[in-house]
Ligand binder design. Structure first.
Ligand code: PLP
Length: 442
């Protein structure tokens, strides 16, 4: 007889967990069963303070009433509508609301279901745009070392996290990478943007000239690199990248899957830094993480370049069964309304000075070799244990969870990004638990 019948809901073997140490987890599972506002409830009933907005996505906090109701109502009214050659009002309404908060001139939205899909969609839009303009020799894509652009083949090709690339063959061809901007020797413990490193933007020009700039379609960067451990752009760096793109006709894609929807205290990092890209990739905070959805926001001229040929013909051969799904759209509309009604982006901006002080106050805690903060994002970089990279930070993660605090670690860096509803008292709690954790881990 199949042992399927023996499987109980508590059998942990079948689920192969993503980006997880599966064997470690299944020996000592960390399960959440409920969430509300700033807290999860663990399976043993303990409250766990969410210092990571889930995975950088629950920007309005958990189980917010307006979003919950919108999803419930939409599921009962129109559960699904075909995404190709048919529409429904919610997808159009949400696109308008996204454009309302997007930088001037980015007036069109293409829906996806995740950040990874947003990235691959943006890369395809960039290539197809040049071709639509009769500039099809622009086929090269440029990313950056340590960049995280999701896990699909386009994203890992332009991405620069070695562990995410090395197992997967040749990836996309025609891709090159700028150097990353992380320079601890020069910028350690900087408050605000690092003073050193703007000249690293010139890598873009060097790479473009190496290949001939007329072959380069686009460059993609995270304005603040998140998943690699919160790397802030050096002062003047983004402006310089923008200027080089303008000089050579290269499209600039900002991957704002983390920085979008208020994380820095502005709708997008583009507005925070005053640098406008040609395409913005988003996901996560768009629906408060509640329903999978991503959105690629493009400049009008890019969209318009596709709008030619016979009117009955499809202009862009791309899309997903769930692009603009009704329930996801409803979640998105309710999420943006929650941000607006509760002034959460402004709240993040106001809290950011307090947050900055809190994060940097951990500079003298054991093992800490750097602290970084911007908006409501923070990083505490630890000295790795010799010969055992990631172990110290992972121990800190497990210890913090035991103490009722959810943090995220990447390499030996602790990354923090609480929901934008976090209070000063909760920020103090995050710092105080972390200080204890850091004094306890080896
Ligand atoms: N791009 C960036 C900048 C991200 O931070 C992430 C996820 O963390 C992604 C893309 C991928 O998003 P997803 O996991 O929704 O595919």
């Amino acid at each position: 007889m199949s042992n399927r019948l023996a499987a109980t809901p508590n059998d942990l073997r079948a689920f192969w967990m993503p980006f997880t140490a599966n064997r470690q987890f299944k020996q000592n599972p960390r399960m959440f069963v409920k969430a509300k506002d700033m807290h999860f409830t663990a399976a043993d009933g303990r409250k766990v303070l969410d210092a990571t907005a889930g995975l950088w996505c629950v920007n309005a906090g958990h189980c917010r009433p307006k979003i919950v109701k919108a999803i419930q109502d939409q599921a009962a009214e129109l559960d699904y509508a075909p995404a190709f050659q048919m529409g429904h009002p919610g997808a159009f309404e949400l696109a308008n609301r996204i454009v309302d908060i997007a930088p001037e001139g980015l007036g069109h939205v293409f829906y996806t279901n995740s950040g990874s899909e947003s990235v691959d969609t943006a890369l395809k839009i960039a290539l197809a745009y040049h071709r639509a303009k009769g500039d099809g020799a622009r086929f090269r894509l440029i990313g950056r070392e340590r960049g995280y652009h999701g896990v699909n083949f386009g994203g890992i090709s332009v991405g620069g996290i070695v562990a995410n690339r090395k197992m997967f063959g040749t990836l996309l061809t025609g891709v090159d990478h700028m150097r990353h901007t992380h320079d601890l020797e020069k910028n350690r413990f900087t408050r605000g943007l690092p003073a050193h490193g703007a000249e690293l933007a010139d890598d873009l020009e060097r790479i473009a000239l190496l290949h001939d700039p007329s072959t380069v379609a686009a460059v993609i960067i995270e304005p603040v690199a998140g998943s690699t451990g919160v790397l802030l752009p050096p002062k003047g760096y983004l402006e310089r990248v923008r200027a080089i793109c303008d000089k050579y006709g290269i499209l600039l894609i900002f991957d704002e899957v983390i920085t979008g929807y208020g994380r820095l205290g502005a709708p997008f990092a583009a507005q925070y830094f005053g640098v406008t890209p040609d395409i913005i990739t988003t996901a996560k905070g768009l629906t408060n993480g509640v329903i999978p959805m991503g959105a690629v926001i493009v400049k009008n001229a890019i969209h318009d370049a596709f709008m030619n040929g016979p009117e009955h013909a499809i202009e862009f051969f791309h899309g997903y069964t769930y692009s603009g799904n009704p329930i996801a759209s409803a979640a998105g509309i309710a999420t943006l309304a929650t941000y607006r009604e509760e002034n959460l982006f402004e709240r993040a901006a106001e809290l950011s000075a307090y947050w900055d002080n809190a994060i940097h106050s951990l500079g003298d805690a054991p093992h800490v070799i750097d602290t970084r903060a911007i908006g409501l994002v923070g990083a505490i970089e630890l000295q790795p244990i010799a010969g055992q990279p990631t172990k110290r930070a992972f121990s800190a993660f497990v210890r913090a969870f035991e103490k009722g605090l959810l943090i995220r670690t990447t390499g030996d860096i602790i990354a923090l990004s609480p929901p934008l509803i976090v209070t000063k008292k909760q920020i103090d709690e995050i710092v105080s638990v972390l200080r204890d954790v850091l004094s306890e881990v080896q």
